[in-house]
Design a binder for this molecule. Structure first.
Ligand code: C5P
Length: 424
């Protein structure tokens, strides 16, 4: 289930936005509407709130709390940063209908009302559905602004031809809700052709996940390992299955139950994990490596229990394990149809280290978390991450998004929708 943020501007086509809000809500999505002042002249906020069960945003500085329940949960919570909260909350942003005015304001990077402020704070997949008079649409200024919006990462759905409310005939009608819904399902990760639906955007895709620690034996009794509990990787596997994907989870030794509908391959050492990933990788559309793989193993594992008698000290010689993520980066298909995401946990120089890994391991996305951040890291149910993606303009400087502290389940879902969109 996705969080859909629906921006509505002043156009008679706003009545079709009621259908969108209703359809997505019935499909199980959570829909929140942001209206411009002109949109309120066509459809009242009460209509959208009644259809979605969510607050409808109309003003920048409301008296009421940002989200119902916020004040109860945290009386100190500021009530006036809805645009930032909504932008972080949303999985997809749709502006339908988009007037010539809002398109111009988006192109100019303005933030002069609650809708454009939300848009400026938002970093995910976004869809623009222009609706206006044919001459306004054909005007070079509007066409220039739409070109800028495309360059800013907007998917633009061309308006349909037909009779316009003003009496003219031509291009300018907002596409029908079904077409917008298909475009949003595609942005959420599916494609129109593979059976993906709004509620199962990963249907038809194979997701491979690694999770948990590895154990590197010293002797039949002892091993080297780390504090990973597997919670993040298991959350990714469970979310992928819930979003409709076929999922293979390669898991080191953890105390977690297999998520429902997920094919689990249990491994112990890094080399076991490498072999299992090697089997599944070629067929995977999206691979998320969340495992905390042991970088080293003991060179010679003792066949019998190592005895302490007669020893004052002992030296273990360690040798490097294969880097599974780096191997996958080197072997992924070159046509962009295979998406690779790594994780990096650091205790210092987080972003510099993560940027290095993104490039050296040929990842499409790298999720960085600092072990020392409150609410992040091993054994927690939440995570605080920065998400790095390669920049097309400058290969040496990745694009970095800082996500709010969130539940590992919510983070997993958001991550998968982003990865699927990268594939699209
Ligand atoms: O280099 P570092 O271990 O910090 O990289 C972390 C990322 O690389 C994680 O995604 C982890 O799952 C992956 N990794 C791996 N094989 C290794 C070491 C790390 O797949 N041997």
């Amino acid at each position: 289930m996705a969080h859909v943020l629906l921006g509505v501007t002043g156009s008679i086509a706003a009545f079709k936005s009621c259908h969108l809000a209703s359809d997505w809500t019935k499909a199980g999505h959570v829909v929140r509407v942001v209206e411009t002042a002109a949109a309120e002249r066509f459809v009242t906020p009460l209509t959208f709130t009644s259809l979605t069960g969510q607050p409808t945003r109309t003003v920048m500085f409301p008296d009421s709390p940002a989200v119902p329940g916020d004040v109860a949960a945290n009386p100190q919570a500021p009530a006036t940063i809805n645009h930032v909260k909504d932008a972080a909350w949303a999985d997809v942003l749709v502006v339908a209908p988009a007037s010539a005015d809002v398109i111009a304001r988006i192109a100019a990077g303005m933030a002069d009302d609650t809708l454009t402020s939300t848009i400026l704070a938002y970093e995910g997949p976004k869809l623009l559905c222009p609706a206006m008079n044919v001459h306004m649409f054909d005007n070079p200024a509007t066409q220039r602004n739409l070109g800028i919006c495309r360059d800013l990462g907007w998917r633009v759905l061309d308006p349909a031809e037909g009779n316009l409310a003003c009496g003219d005939t031509g291009r300018g009608r907002m596409p029908e809700p079904e077409e917008i819904e298909r475009a949003v399902a595609a942005l959420l990760g599916g494609t129109d052709g593979d059976g993906a639906t709004a509620s199962q955007p990963l249907k038809g895709l194979h997701v491979l996940v690694t999770a948990g620690p590895t154990q590197e034996p010293l002797d039949p009794v002892r091993y080297l390992t780390n504090h990973s509990t597997g919670k993040m990787g298991y959350a990714v596997a469970a979310a992928a299955a819930a979003l409709g994907a076929r999922v293979t989870l390669v898991s080191g030794p953890v105390a977690l139950d297999a998520p429902e509908g997920v094919d689990v391959v249990r491994v112990v050492t890094a080399r076991d994990m490498f072999a299992a990933v090697g089997e599944a990788f070629a067929d995977a559309d999206i691979t998320v490596m969340a495992a905390a793989v042991g970088d080293f193993r003991v060179d010679e594992v003792s066949a019998e229990k190592i005895k302490k008698a007669g020893r004052e000290s002992m030296t273990l010689r360690l040798v490097s394990n294969p880097d599974i993520l780096a191997w996958a980066g080197e072997h992924k298909r070159s046509d962009g149809s295979q998406i690779l995401c790594g994780f990096a946990m650091e205790t210092e120089h987080l972003l510099a280290n993560a940027a290095g890994k993104l490039a050296s391991k040929h990842c499409d996305m790298l999720v960085a978390n600092n072990l020392r951040d409150k609410g992040a890291g091993f054994a927690t149910d939440t995570n605080l991450v920065a998400v790095l993606t390669p920049s097309e303009q400058d290969a040496g400087t990745p694009h970095i998004e800082h996500w709010d502290l969130m539940d590992k389940t919510a983070l997993a879902k958001r991550l998968l929708l982003r990865l699927a969109a990268l594939r699209g």
